[in-house]
Design a protein around this ligand. Structure first.
Ligand SMILES: [Fe+2]
Length: 286
């Protein structure tokens, strides 16, 4: 059976892709952020995932405002990157696990999540930057199952809804008959706002609260409405919905192995975390 080995969540702002392309890993501005990935690389080398289920939001590349699903799941064997600019080199194609995607989609529809199924899906920096941060040489040792969540056009799904979506996906993964090591990835956030009177808004206190609660008490965060989330984390800080879905997919005992938080990267509070996910039996046996 498939096993969920843990999760990684990280900011995905486009400026990171340009900094990677320019090899600014030791630049004083960038170093505090990139150093946060040393532990991620160590963890990945030990966890050895076969598949990454990536919770992210599209930025108008694959879906636009005219047709925008609340939840969409890729069901392809490869995903082409076509980013929107910002000086980011277009990354190589990312391999997909279509069979696992269909298994997840079936479970979601049974649980009354009527998702959009995408047998072709373009991906953008919200997938390729986290992938490149995790595997800087772009070797992509994993296949992906991309799960796209609308964080762009209101009405957005609630924190509770995204947590439940993740939980269905977590149960689906654990019922998958193939012996796969699966990691979950949440991309985006934390607090930031790109436009309007509050452009540049960052809320360190709320970000810390979210990172504290999401580990052992994710349900406590569902008390915030979407409008409260916008108020507290900024119009684009709602990308935290991707983190909630990722957390939901970890159905075992979850613990935080690593946290790096740095302000600012571009105009964003940059956060990187690694979570362990242990089944009850595993923990007792250990
Ligand atoms: Fe974003």
């Amino acid at each position: 059976m498939a096993t969920i080995v843990g999760g990684v969540a990280t900011t995905h702002v486009p400026a990171i892709g340009k900094a990677i392309a320019d090899k600014k890993f030791n630049d004083p501005y960038w170093k505090p952020f990139f150093k946060g990935f040393d532990y991620v690389h160590y963890w990945l080398a030990r966890a050895k995932p076969d598949v990454a289920v990536v919770f992210y939001n599209d930025h108008g590349l694959n879906f636009f405002l005219d047709k925008l699903p609340t939840f969409a799941v890729g069901a392809a064997n490869e995903y082409r990157s076509e980013d929107e600019g910002w000086g980011i080199p277009v990354s190589r194609t990312v391999p997909g696990d279509a069979a696992l995607s269909w298994h997840v989609i079936n479970a979601l529809v049974v649980d009354e999540f009527d998702v959009t199924m995408c047998q072709e899906m373009l991906i953008d920096h919200a997938v390729t930057i986290p992938m490149t941060l995790m595997w800087p040489d772009q070797t992509w040792p994993v296949k992906i199952v991309p799960v796209e969540i609308n964080t762009v056009q209101h009405p957005l799904p609630s924190l509770s809804r995204c947590l439940k979506l993740g939980r269905t996906i977590g149960r689906a993964i654990e019922s998958y008959p193939q012996d796969l090591r699966v990691m979950v990835v949440g991309t985006g956030g934390l607090s930031h706002q790109l436009d309007g009177a509050r452009a540049g808004f960052i809320n360190k206190e709320f970000d810390q609260l979210c990172m504290d609660k999401i580990v052992a008490e994710p349900d406590a965060l569902t008390r915030y409405s979407i409008h409260e989330l916008v108020e507290l984390s900024g119009a684009q800080g709602v990308e935290f919905l991707n983190w909630m879905a990722m957390r939901g997919a970890m159905t075992g005992q979850v613990s935080e192995l690593h946290r790096n938080y740095h302000i600012p990267i571009s105009n964003t509070a940059a956060a990187t975390v690694v979570y362990d996910n242990q089944r009850e039996g595993q923990r007792k046996a250990a």
